[in-house]
Design a protein around this ligand. Sequence first.
Ligand code: PBG
Length: 324
Amino acid sequence: MPFPETRLRRLRRTAALRRAFAETRIDPAGLVLPVFVKDGIEGAHPIGSMPGVAQHDVASAVDLARRAADVGVGGVILFGIPEVKDQLGSSGWDPEGPVPRAARAMRDALGDELVLWADVCQCEYTDHGHCGPLDARGQVVNDAAVEAYVRDALTYADAGVDVVAPSGMMDGQVGAIRQALDGKGFEDVVLVAYAAKYASAFYGPFREAAESTMQDGDRAGHQMDPANRREALRELASDVEEGADVLMVKPALAYLDVIADARSTFDLPVAAYQVSGEYAMVQAAAERGWLDGPRAMRETVTSIRRAGADLVLTYAAIELAAGA
Ligand code: PBG
């Protein structure tokens, strides 16, 4: 029935009505906070391009995880910055590296209060900053990179993480990691596939945070072309076939159509990563007084949820959970 019988404004009149009829909510349990753990530092070292975000030593990372758990944040995803880097990125699978040490300390301190995730990639561990060993042309060697990811994933599983999340966009990485985990008795470790990860300008600030700036070249030879939507469905389908438990789309805000496609095409849980540049652009504009930072952050994460993401990885997880 048209106006005047139907008045769509009725459900918007008060804050209580709007709250009752909101179709999408930000549930703290569905938020995952990225945590940077660095060897050889003390305490927390702020990251210039990501106000409110820091690199941490293990004790400080545990404190941060505690704060996240206290406001109901569902999980943390660990990124490590080692003291020593080499061509292969062999510190990635050092059991005394920053990620395994932080994972064990968080488990000791927090038990199962938080879901512990580990990002699996070599870019923080190689001296050239690429996601695996390079060939003569400077391209990452697919199968050698996958071998390294398998070693990383086994190390993190052994340290007790609940979730491993390979982010290198090598072909076959999900199947190889699943098989290796199962072969070593880690059949309960969850595998979240960064299934549709684009070669994005929005990773800029992360590379300062993770100290993974490439000496030269780019990641366009393995990460997806931002122009492609149908190809994302092929990436997602192949990770489902290889045994992914959860599908991730990354970045989030510029790829809401891909999140919606993932949601409508597959029945697996869908995660989306609101990446460093998405966070930084809101913070930068807010610092200048050009927009209301907390409102803009809430609106963008709501839109990511509305597009179909069950889980959102975001640097604003604590603030969002505290205000939720
Ligand atoms: C790779 C990885 C990256 C991010 C998460 N995992 C960087 C890249 O692919 O270059 C980016 C996350 C962000 O920008 O917040 N280990």
